[in-house]
Design a protein around this ligand. Structure first.
Ligand SMILES: NC(=O)C1=CN([C@@H]2O[C@H](COP(=O)(O)OP(=O)(O)OC[C@H]3O[C@@H](n4cnc5c(N)ncnc54)[C@H](OP(=O)(O)O)[C@@H]3O)[C@@H](O)[C@H]2O)C=CC1
Ligand SMILES: C[C@H]1O[C@H](OP(=O)(O)OP(=O)(O)OC[C@H]2O[C@@H](n3cnc4c(=O)[nH]c(N)nc43)[C@H](O)[C@@H]2O)[C@@H](O)[C@@H](O)C1=O
Length: 324
């Protein structure tokens, strides 16, 4: 089987690549195809067509996207909607054109209405207004689900979607402004301890709640969903509600997350909230009944995952190999 992983240098694509490489090393007949962003710009339809026609993968995993935290989404909304729509259209359509029968694409928990009942089940999709800080990105992610469903219905292919909760882990983007909360805080607390500062400021009120999943769990869940036979996938989804939530089932307030990151990084000063920064969605907890019923659950607890990610961060920083 020839797998093409779009976005293999990103956090999730990289983890999926490592998991598939491990399976290949154990003797599974897996051939892995990758292209960097520099080698193949997925917003370029002609280039994507030429690649797909030439490479002819059996399976496509779409983990490439323009990704960022609340500030990046709110500051560059045009880039977030345009790039993600184009990447999805090009990869999904050109995979279909090259005869790919199975594809997995990654969406996000921000597809659900801002005030969705918690935990958020798959059928909360399109039942209410979205959170304004990431509406353009969310619209593109919803379009990705609907693209897969439409190709399935019209062309009889088997294109699946997973909706991850907030992710973290090795390979994350640690940019001070554009990253997600967890890598941003890890870096900020680490640097405050290194510089001997006694205060760290976190954005917003500290009261929003988020659910965090380690990227290795996400890679496992993605491959678990991809590997389900068609009957099992269909039995647990429906043609017009085909996506599957991926989470760990527990959330935490941003202030408590900050306290945990402080503990892990060894910072023992004050934590202050900056209410001039946006909170975003008040709460995002996934209902994971669908995935649990299929037999998958997360393995890595948050504090354990934070410790492992911090160890990775220290190593990567020493090598000068931290993104952002
Ligand atoms: N991180 C998270 O918390 C969450 C992520 N997700 C979803 O998971 C998926 C993977 O995210 P994650 O791994 O965190 O993101 P990353 O930013 O780590 O990785 C995304 C990858 O996509 C590549 N890429 C972006 N634009 C293009 C392009 N035009 N052509 C080719 N490659 C491109 C990037 O390359 P380059 O860096 O060179 O641009 C990068 O390697 C995305 O669909 C995201 O929406 C969903 C929920 C939460
Ligand atoms: C994955 C998900 O990611 C984004 O949505 P988000 O969950 O709001 O993401 P976030 O991680 O950036 O923030 C979570 C919370 O944390 C608070 N916060 C505190 N201090 C910092 C801080 O220093 N940086 C950041 N980024 N946030 C901080 C912040 O104010 C917010 O209340 C969307 O892009 C969306 O499209 C999406 O899919």
């Amino acid at each position: 089987m020839k797998y093409y992983i779009a976005g293999h240098r990103g956090m999730v694509g990289g983890a999926i690549l490592r998991h598939l490489e491990a399976r290949a090393a154990k003797g599974e007949a897996i051939e892995l195809l990758t292209r960097t962003h520099g080698e193949l710009d997925l917003t370029d339809q002609r280039a994507v067509r030429a690649f797909m026609q030439d490479a002819r993968p059996d399976v496509v995993i779409l983990a490439a996207a323009r990704v960022g935290g609340i500030h990046a989404n709110d500051t560059y909304p045009a880039d977030f909607i345009r790039d993600n729509l184009m990447i999805e259209c090009n990869v999904i359509h050109e995979a279909f054109g090259a005869g790919v029968r199975r594809l997995l694409q990654l969406g996000s928990s921000c597809i659900y209405p801002r005030d969705a009942a918690q935990p958020m089940a798959e059928d909360a999709l399109l039942t209410g207004p979205l959170e304004s800080t990431n509406e353009p990105y969310a619209i593109a992610k919803i379009a990705g689900i609907k693209l897969c469903e439409s190709y399935n219905r019209q062309h009889g292919v088997d294109y699946r979607s997973v909706m991850p909760t907030n992710l973290y882990g090795p390979g994350d983007n640690f940019h001070p402004e554009n990253s997600h909360v967890l890598p941003a805080l890890m870096r900020r607390f680490h640097e405050a301890r290194e510089d001997g500062r006694d205060e760290v400021v976190i954005w917003g009120s500290g009261t929003p709640r988020r659910e965090f999943l380690h990227v290795d769990d996400m890679a496992e869940a993605s491959l678990f969903v991809l590997d389900l036979d068609e009957a099992a996938y269909r039995a647990n989804t429906s043609p017009m509600l085909s996506h599957i939530n991926v989470g760990c089932g527990e959330d935490i307030s941003i202030l408590d997350l900050a306290r945990m990151v402080a503990r892990v990084t060894g910072f023992d000063g004050r934590i202050t909230c900056d209410p001039t920064k946006p909170d975003g969605t008040p709460r995002k907890l996934m209902d994971i009944t669908r995935l649990s019923a299929m037999g998958w659950r997360a393995r890595i607890g948050l504090e354990e995952g934070l410790r492992e990610t911090y160890a990775w961060f220290l190593d990567a920083r020493a090598r000068g190999d931290v993104r952002g």
